[in-house]
Design a protein around this ligand. Structure first.
Ligand code: FES
Length: 102
């Protein structure tokens, strides 16, 4: 397990996303109402980039078919997606957002 700095603490506003690839794998860092979350960039339904979606509360919406995913658990909140997104722990340290990768 490795913690990698991926953004400054104040880099994103609530509702904003940043594409990151701390271990060569495309991920999204998202600042939601409850803070920073990190999930796989591509939707579990049809591999569409969630970068084109939007953040609402503590969920992210896939713009291709409209499924929302809970950013904390990765679970889909409505159809058609029925598989969770992979989530990655985040933490703040010394003004940086760190993401844990395996
Ligand atoms: S590709 Fe995301 S809901 Fe279908």
């Amino acid at each position: 397990m490795t913690w990698t700095p991926v953004a400054a603490d104040d880099e994103l506003g609530v509702g904003q996303m940043k594409r990151i690839a701390p271990a060569g794998k495309p991920l999204l860092l998202v600042k939601a109402e409850a803070g920073y979350f990190c999930v796989d960039e591509f939707c579990s339904h049809e591999d569409f980039s969630l970068w084109f979606g939007c953040v609402k509360g503590n969920a992210i919406k896939c713009s291709l078919h409209g499924s929302y995913f809970d950013l904390a658990s990765g679970q889909p909140l409505n159809e058609p997606a029925d598989c969770p997104l992979r989530t990655h722990p985040t933490r703040l340290e010394a003004g940086q957002v760190l993401v844990e990768t395996t």
